[in-house]
Design a protein around this ligand. Structure first.
Ligand code: KG4
Ligand code: ZN
Length: 338
């Protein structure tokens, strides 16, 4: 079964072709980062307009790359939510209209389920059950994953998501958008020991997180110091240490509590090299395995949507191509395909 995946929930148009026998055949991405950079963040209206410009040409790119034609597609998966409503409407409309024209099924996919399953695109793929750390711009969650759609929330952030904390810290340090890569690049030139930031909830007995206090602490540091580039780098270094230490410790606690020995990491912050390094070392000490998606599949992409759609497509109910988007949509509402 050949599935076309369409991702358009935020500032990246991602399109991919996934075949249930042959695996991922092609994927293409257009990032709007440059367009939004001058505004310091994503402008929803501009995002929607750009998705409109990109969706069909990128579909042609993946078809050409795979040497296939529209008529070869058996089903279309698109991000139905959560995300920016206008942006979601573009991907959904394109998907449902194409499916209508081709007389094939279309299926709305949960963006976070896409992230969660992205590591399964790698070889070797992690086997169920596993513990998943989902760290993106909007989410910081630990989950027990027993199967497709069988997700048990173990811990969540009480305030800011880890990616959001990176983005806000970048803003405070004048590094612009997107914040995560900018902070981690600068942190590479930072020195340890000059500043000390808190490790929020490190010793709490649960698997929850809190990152908003860190941002306030960074604000205080940047106000109280001569903010030259080295100072910024030293703050970025300590900030990254604080976030990655807490994330790593909670992941290890989740592995211990569940008795599982596979950890899967997904979402944009999963691209952070320091986090990858710390998790790999800590997992090794526990004789556990940690699985990361390739870097380009940590952040938003079409491959994860095509894959999640393929996992559910066999169970898709053929509808009349009437659809709604779900800008707010809790992952816990998902059920296993029947
Ligand atoms: O998963 P994603 O592309 O979008 C959401 O669904 O949120 O994640 C984007 C988030 C942003 O907050 C971005 O700053 C962060 O991931 N991010 C990083 C890195 N690359 C992206 N954070 C830390 N280090 C990185 N290398
Ligand atoms: Zn995402």
């Amino acid at each position: 079964m050949l599935i076309l995946g369409i991702e358009s929930s935020c500032d990246e148009t991602g399109i991919a072709l996934y075949d249930t026998h042959q695996g991922l055949l092609a994927h293409a991405l257009h990032s709007q980062v440059k367009m939004h950079a001058e505004y310091g963040g994503v402008v929803p209206e501009l995002a929607s307009r750009d998705h409109i410009r990109r969706a069909l040409p990128l579909t042609q790119v993946v078809l050409d790359e795979a040497g296939l034609a529209l008529q070869d597609i058996d089903g279309i998966a698109y991000t139905q939510g959560p995300g920016l409503s206008g942006a979601l409407l573009v991907g959904s409309s394109v998907a449902e209209a194409l499916a209508f024209a081709l007389n094939i099924p279309a299926i709305g996919v949960h963006h976070l389920e896409g992230h969660l399953l992205a590591p399964l695109l790698e070889n070797p793929a992690p086997a169920f059950p596993f513990v998943a750390l989902l760290v993106s711009g909007g989410h910081t969650q630990l989950m027990r994953v027993d199967n497709i759609g069988a997700y048990q929330l173990l811990g969540d952030t009480l305030d800011d998501a880890a990616g959001e904390a990176f983005d806000k810290t970048a803003k405070l340090l004048g590094l612009g958008y997107p914040g995560g890569p900018a902070v981690s690049t600068l942190a590479a030139q930072g020195n340890s020991g000059r500043f000390k930031l808190p490790r929020p909830m490190l010793n709490s007995k649960d698997l929850n997180f809190s990152f908003s206090g860190l941002k306030t602490a960074v604000l205080t540091l940047s106000k109280n110091n001569e903010i030259d580039i080295q100072t910024k780098a030293d703050i970025a270094f300590e900030f990254q240490e604080a976030v990655t230490e807490v994330l790593t410790a909670k992941c290890m606690t989740a592995l211990r509590d569940t008795g599982l020995d596979n950890l899967v990491v997904s979402g944009g912050v999963g691209a952070n090299q320091r986090l990858r390094e710390r998790l790999s070392q800590a997992a090794k000490r526990r004789l556990c395995h940690v699985h990361f998606p390739r870097l380009e599949f940590c952040t938003d992409n079409g491959a994860m949507i095509a894959f999640a759609g393929a996992m559910r497509m066999q169970h898709a109910v053929e509808g009349g191509h009437s659809f709604t988007v779900r800008p707010r949509w809790d992952l816990a509402e998902l059920q296993a395909p029947r």
